[in-house]
Design a protein around this ligand. Structure first.
Ligand code: ATP
Ligand code: MG
Length: 549
């Protein structure tokens, strides 16, 4: 699917035509403090997609400047997810490899009289900052001499001060209408080991100082980020200019992706994982890339979905049904069709010979004849779906009920003759007769039936577990005020685990294989819980959709 034109593409095109740039470099800059989610996929598609369209390059850069929250596990998962989505980064970079360079630039700012060491507490700094309607107040430490600042900053680096006791701040303008320019913090003290630099550093740069330098060091031409950074752009430009970087990247903001019934913040996702509301970061109900992969979404469907959501300044919320639409489109011609009974009910064909087994022919995918044929066993006892029989059916119920005849998919017509119940009156078995004349594919036209149901042969079927999902979050307008949090909107019925049977030709099915079970939807073989001889299927989506593009 082509990425259609958008305002960022227009800017890049103009920059190349006007000679402002002669090449394009973008970057995808995740902080390794969680797994990637589908919102990140949007950033990935935009950054890699645009650079690619203009013959440019894209770096994968870990924005690892806050060791308290970062971990090698996240670095590894992010690399895996970007590659799985189908993108190849030009260079793999770590912001932490630039710590020396950043330190030198901070010293330069001090020498230019543009940064100072402050000793206000975090609370005081917030208080002194002022508000949108009120100018800020200068820190009493703002007018230290350069010599004093250079000495204190070096001692911060050398580990002489405790966490939080001192910060380095830019000296810009405490009365600026833009709060981000009211002497933002550039460095903080944190005696924390870093996943890449170990114990080399005990001061770490803040995002607003580090990010523009990272971009400039890598020669990024267009630094694409989400709109919450729009107000930070003047600071971004200030840092690059005053630190005297060789090149000036251009920050351009686009609207975040949001999806209905979905949490899309790493903080909340981490909470769901840490508090065991879900089965890890790759739980199939999560919008993480690893969760969606385990659920069975394909990289192609995710890319197509993201492209369809477009690139704009605004951030709308997209219906999750649109995502389902794209995975159905992708799997329609690729996934084999098969029969699986999710809630089995035994059906005995009383006039079928006791020891006979027939191997019936069935198309693997009627919409894609190239996928060939498969063989399905048929004999006297089969399983059907519990919901395909009703003793006392309402009008317009065309499936099995006493005296009614239906078609067994790929097999024969059967007619319900008798219902067997246990002591409590529960239906445990259905007795039918079949008509040998009505074999599927035989050209029989004698009479018609209104219902077609699926089944599996009881003697040969393979047991399987099915996991059916509902949205994890019930209400989009989650009211998080008044001691309610998003956790109060977690759907307690978001996972249903049931045990049924599948066709025997699926004996050697592998993890991550995708199938369409007739009438039930698309399913993926779960890589975590499947066992040899007992696959676990995650339902990706059902077949029904009211969604229209
Ligand atoms: P979160 O708020 O979920 O923690 P983040 O923005 O803090 O996400 P980063 O690791 O900094 O996480 O994100 C890397 C890149 O992905 C950033 O450029 C960010 O703007 C982008 N990104 C994150 N979430 C979305 C989203 N929902 N839609 C589009 N881009 C996103
Ligand atoms: Mg971020």
């Amino acid at each position: 699917m082509e990425q259609s034109s958008n305002f960022i593409r227009t800017i890049i095109k103009q920059d190349l035509e006007s000679g402002k740039r002669d090449h394009v470099i973008t970057r995808f800059p995740p902080e390794p403090n969680g797994y990637l989610h589908i919102g990140h996929a949007k950033s990935i598609v935009i950054n890699f997609g645009l650079a690619d369209d203009f013959g440019g390059k894209t770096n994968l850069r870990f924005d690892d400047t806050n060791p308290l929250k970062e971990d090698q596990e996240y670095v590894d998962s992010i690399k895996e997810d970007v590659a799985w989505l189908g993108y190849e980064w030009d260079e793999l970079r770590y912001a932490s490899n630039y710590f020396d360079e950043m330190y030198k630039r901070a010293v330069l700012l001090i020498q230019k009289g543009l940064a100072y060491v402050d000793e206000l507490t975090a609370d005081e700094i917030r208080e002194y900052r002022g508000t949108l309607t009120e100018a800020g107040k200068e820190s009493p430490y703002r007018h230290r001499t350069k010599e004093e600042n250079l000495d204190l900053f070096e001692r911060m680096k050398n580990g002489e001060f405790t966490d939080g006791s001192k910060v380095l701040r830019a000296k810009i303008d405490m009365a600026s209408p833009n709060l981000n320019l009211r002497d933002p913090v550039l460095y903080r003290v944190s005696h924390t080991s870093h996943h890449n630099t170990g114990d080399t550093w005990c001061i770490y740069p803040m995002y607003d100082f580090a990010h523009p330098l990272e971009d400039a060091i890598e020669g990024v031409t267009h630094s694409l980020c989400t709109t919450e950074f729009e107000d930070h752009r003047p600071l971004y430009d200030w840092v690059v200019r005053e630190c005297e970087m060789d090149m000036q990247p251009q920050q351009i903001e686009f609207g975040r992706l949001n999806i209905t019934n979905t949490v899309m913040s790493k903080r909340k996702l981490k909470q769901l994982v840490d508090e065991n509301h879900v089965d890890g970061w790759d739980d199939p109900r999560l919008p993480t890339i690893s969760g969606m992969r385990r659920r069975g979404f394909t990289a192609e469907a995710i890319r197509d979905f993201v492209k369809e959501t477009g690139v704009s300044k605004g951030s709308g919320t997209v219906d999750s049904a649109m995502l389902d639409h794209f995975v159905r489109e992708d799997l329609k011609l690729k996934a084999p069709r098969t029969m699986g009974v999710l809630r089995p009910l035994k059906l005995v064909i009383t006039n079928y010979p006791e020891d006979q087994v027939e191997w019936l022919d069935a198309e693997v995918n009627p919409e894609n004849p190239d996928m060939g044929m498969r063989k399905i066993p048929f004999s006297r006892e089969i399983y059907i779906e519990q919901e395909d029989f009703m003793e006392d059916p309402p009008k317009k119920y065309f499936r099995l009920f006493p005296g009614n005849e239906v078609r067994l998919k790929h097999a024969y017509f059967v007619k319900c003759e008798n219902v067997i119940k246990d002591e409590d009156g529960n239906v445990v078995e259905i007795h039918c007769t079949y008509d040998p004349e009505t074999k599927s594919g035989s050209g029989f036209t004698g009479r018609k039936v209104k219902g077609t149901i699926h089944w599996v042969d009881a003697a040969n079927a393979i047991p399987a577990e099915f996991r059916l999902y509902e949205p994890l979050i019930l209400d989009d307008e989650a009211d998080e005020s008044e001691d309610k949090t998003f956790l109060d909107h977690v759907n307690q019925n978001s996972l249903e685990v049931i045990n049924g049977f599948i066709e025997p030709n699926l004996e050697n099915i592998e993890a991550q294989e995708k199938l369409q079970f007739f009438r039930h939807g698309y399913f993926n073989v779960d890589p975590k819980h499947s066992e040899k001889g007992k696959p676990v299927f995650n339902r990706i989506v059902s077949l029904k959709s009211s969604f229209k593009l």
